[in-house]
Design a protein around this ligand. Sequence first.
Ligand code: G3H
Ligand code: ZN
Length: 279
Amino acid sequence: MLIPTGVLVADARAAGRAIPAFNVITIEHAEAIVAGAEAAGLPVILQISENAVKFHGNRLAPVAAAAAAIGATAGVGVSLHLDHVKDLDLLDQAAAHGFSSVMVDASRLPYDENVATTAAAVERLHAQGLWVESELGEVGGKAGDPHAPGVRTDPAEAARYVAATGVDALAVAVGSSHAMTSRTARLDHDLITALRDAIAIPLVLHGSSGVPDGELTAAVRAGMVKINIGTALNTAFTGAVRETLAADESLVDPRKYLAPARDAIASVVARLTTLLAGD
Ligand code: G3H
Ligand code: ZN
């Protein structure tokens, strides 16, 4: 069933848990994420990034409709989140396509411009009933960005930023980096605690694929609530495709390699969702 992101995040926070947000690229991703969440018996956030929309020919409607339909028939709570949005026109399409939340990504801009861009977007998006996440202190590793695990969000600046923008959740730089294919990131747990104590809204961890299990559970204990995971799913998906194709060179039916790839994502989702719930 579809539930607003703000409700899922608030429920997780009240229970001292984290909720994972998994990136959807294809319809098989959405099916697999929901299958994994159902296997774990826990809610999940389906997030579609601006880059994924670009991949679909700059068309939000088809991939959003698929994710919404899959979420609506799920046996667990599922929300739809539009992720890493820099294109302000795309933000204004979110509510009409079933999203209950968005991430306004002005993290590459200098502080004052990040505040101005985000505050203006928040005012408009709140009027449309959307829950809004933004980022302060750029988490590196996005396409074209340098891998910058050394960047950190300052707690005092974060407090000023939250007051000035009115955002509902804040993505912070605490040691993770996007698109890591090895789980070797080390997080600054004292900083996570300081950020949690400095601001009243939930914290979001990006680039979580590169974060090992122990670091993830410690980050949740320290105050992380929404945990964004993308690359780990693609590693599992593509690995299964590669293995299936390598085993049979005569194979041409995509269902024969997409089915194991989808199962591989579902297993990763079930495992991480359970881990983050602390059960
Ligand atoms: O917003 C999406 C996430 O930050 C995913 O990062 O692909 O490194 O897990 P990841
Ligand atoms: Zn991210």
